[in-house]
Design a protein around this ligand. Structure first.
Ligand code: AMP
Length: 424
């Protein structure tokens, strides 16, 4: 028997409701902020990620799923920002509108050690704003992420906020860390010892307690920021304060990718556990668009991990599909006529079904209940003769015989019926 690949999950029909609810709420909020959906391919030139995330990023070093095709090397996308920037440049989207806002929902792939909240195929729900250096774009994006979490009924999260500064400021911070950590490298965890030469900033947000103790002993503040970046960050904080979006400043938040500059942020949740406490994260990437061959323009975005949103949400998927109708056909003739009836109801947009198991009336009623039907239609010889159908409302318990030509209007207008809006 075949098993699913480690680190992947089946999202089964009985689990899909909560996914669809999160996606629908996400789409509504993105639309309210005037973001349109973009769907780049899952496969990209592997070099796109090397160039944008940086050769030293852990994703590039260890986590890319590579596909070889002749001399070409593709990667299953580990994240979507680089793909979206590639698409923005390749399709000259800046010519359509210099200010580009898009959201995406879809699977990402990283070759990680699978554990709770850490998969090899997982899903991102995120967005990108390309075409502005304005701190109001940062405020919009962070408050949009905050609105999403509220709409998903997630409480108790923390927004961590920092500014890495521009490329020059990042170099200043790198130099500072090299000096400060030069005698302490051996006390760092194995990963951080490698990060010391490859990607020293990443040591700052290592979760290992020994590394944390060392970096928390360094006095890192905003000293490395130039005046322009300090000013930008002050405006971001002002804007968030004006919108009453609560955040915690964290000088240790750096994010692992080369492309981040200035504002970076992370949404953490205590219920996710210490190692995987991030619901999502994002930041500015003001140099990436030009680095990949596009115009010189600012950009910012974020991504939430959908599996982690599902771990943290208190949303309860609706138990019953309140408009679903189940048909019970009794007898050979009714079974044939029932197929035509279902066909016509479906053509009219009524969600309905039957089964082909020829159960007793009692067994079929139980099945209708199990499926969460609102209505049951019973079609037997008696009804066939009179060209009617028995309509039973499982919420009110009401049962009546309805002429076939009236059935559609009875089913199409269930909203006026009591019980529909209760959702239980
Ligand atoms: P990142 O691009 O690493 O900042 O990822 C953004 C969000 O995606 C994280 O905060 C997590 O919620 C989620 N995420 C990242 N990697 C994984 C993974 N391997 N499995 C599940 N969720 C992930």
């Amino acid at each position: 028997m075949f098993k699913k690949v480690p680190g992947t999950k089946d999202i089964l029909p009985e689990q899909i409701h909560i996914w669809q609810e999160i996606e629908a709420k996400g789409r509504d909020i993105f639309t309210a902020y005037n973001y349109k959906e973009i769907r780049p391919p899952l496969l990209e030139d592997a070099l796109l990620f090397n160039r944008s995330l940086g050769e030293s990023a852990e994703i590039v070093q260890k986590q890319m799923f590579l596909v070889h095709s002749g001399s070409d090397v593709y990667a299953l996308r580990p994240e979507a920002t680089a793909s979206i920037v590639r698409s923005y440049i390749e399709n000259s989207l800046d010519k359509l509108s210099p200010f580009f806002k898009a959201y995406y929902i879809g699977p990402m792939f990283r070759l990680e050690r699978p554990q709770k909240g850490r998969l090899r195929q997982f899903h991102h729900l995120g967005c990108e704003v390309i075409g502005s250096y304005d701190p109001r774009a940062d405020v919009e994006v962070i408050s949009l992420a905050d609105s999403l979490l509220k709409a998903f009924s997630i409480d108790g999260y923390t927004i961590k906020l920092n500014s890495l500064g521009c490329a020059g400021d990042k170099l200043a911070l790198t130099d500072f860390l090299r000096k400060e950590l030069s005698g302490k490298a051996e006390a760092l965890c194995e990963d951080c010892q490698a990060r010391y030469s490859r990607n020293i900033l990443r040591i700052l947000d290592c979760k290992n307690p020994a590394c944390q103790e060392i970096v928390h002993g360094l006095s890192i503040s905003d000293n490395h920021l130039c005046d322009g970046c300090k000013n930008h960050f002050a405006k971001v904080k002002d804007g968030l304060n004006a919108l009453a979006v609560k955040y915690e400043l964290s000088s240790y938040l750096v994010r692992g990718l080369d492309y981040y500059t200035r504002t970076v942020f992370e949404f953490t949740h205590p219920d996710l556990g210490r190692q995987q406490d991030a619901l999502g994260a994002g930041g500015r990437y003001d140099n990436l668009v030009s680095q990949l061959g596009g115009p010189d323009t600012g950009a910012i975005g974020f991504a939430f991990g959908m599996e982690r949103l599902l771990l943290a949400t208190t949303l309860k998927p609706e138990a019953r599909n309140r408009k679903f109708t189940f048909l019970i056909s009794l007898g050979e003739k009714a079974r044939k006529e029932g197929l035509i009836l279902l066909h016509n109801l479906r053509k009219a947009g009524i969600s309905c079904d039957t089964d082909y198991e020829d159960k007793s009336l009692k067994g079929s009623m139980r099945k209708a209940n199990d499926l969460g039907a609102r209505f049951v239609l019973i079609l037997g010889d008696n009804e066939l003769e009179k060209n009617t159908v028995m309509l039973k409302d499982l919420v009110s318990g009401e049962q009546k015989e309805v002429p076939r030509e009236q059935l559609l209007s009875e089913l199409q207008d269930p909203v006026s019926r009591p019980g529909l809006e209760t959702g239980s």
